[in-house]
Design a protein around this ligand. Structure first.
Ligand code: K1U
Ligand code: ZN
Length: 172
């Protein structure tokens, strides 16, 4: 397994619309294993393949808390079949927007279909944090970041700060 570098905004590759996976192969599984290791190391609770520069419709998630058994979830080619009209506002972060946390309004529940680790068709009915995390990661597959749900002013302040800290990090 390998740790992969995570792209950070305003990297334009994060705006890519990812492509469906044609077939779930050992290579797909190796990528998902590496994504999971990268996500645990960050640490985070979710990761989309585009965040490690791979424009494929692949998501990994693990909501297990510290001291709990790992509970990895793998979603390939996820598709929303139902979202609740009821929405909730809650704080989100993103490994591609490091150190910023903001409230985002999202549906309370979501039902999705997807292919699992073995390429089998599955359905997930998600609520609360799992629904939020799945919808956040599915946004990544469309090239959308959580800051795109904020006001233009808030987004531009965050992007300016990220650009500044990136310049400071790359300065000799
Ligand atoms: O970058 C990402 O897409 C991952 C992101 C997922 C997410 C978080 C919160 C709401 C929706 C989606 C993160 O994992 S940010 C880090 C984080 O939330 C966290 C880190 C360590 C422990 C617990 C949470
Ligand atoms: Zn994210």
């Amino acid at each position: 397994m390998a740790l992969l570098p995570i792209l950070t905004a305003p990297d334009q590759r994060l705006k890519t619309v990812s492509l469906p996976v044609a077939q779930v192969t050992d290579e797909t599984r190796r990528l998902m294993d590496d994504m999971l290791e990268t996500m645990y190391a960050a640490p985070g609770i979710g990761l989309a393949a585009i965040q490690v520069g791979v424009p494929q419709r692949i998501i990994v998630i693990d909501l297990a808390g510290e001291g709990e058994e790992p509970a990895p979830l793998y979603f390939i080619n996820p598709q929303t079949v139902q979202i609740s009209p009821e929405t909730v506002q809650n704080e989100e972060g993103c490994l591609s927007v490091p150190e910023f946390y903001e409230d985002v309004e999202r549906p309370l529940t979501a039902t999705i279909t997807y292919l699992d680790y073995h390429g089998q068709q599955q359905t997930q009915i998600a609520e609360g944090l799992l629904a939020r995390c799945i919808l956040h990661e599915m946004d990544h597959l469309e090239g959308i970041l959580f800051i795109d749900h904020l006001s233009r002013l808030k987004r531009s302040i965050i992007l300016k700060k990220l650009t500044k800290s990136r310049k400071l990090l790359s300065a000799p």
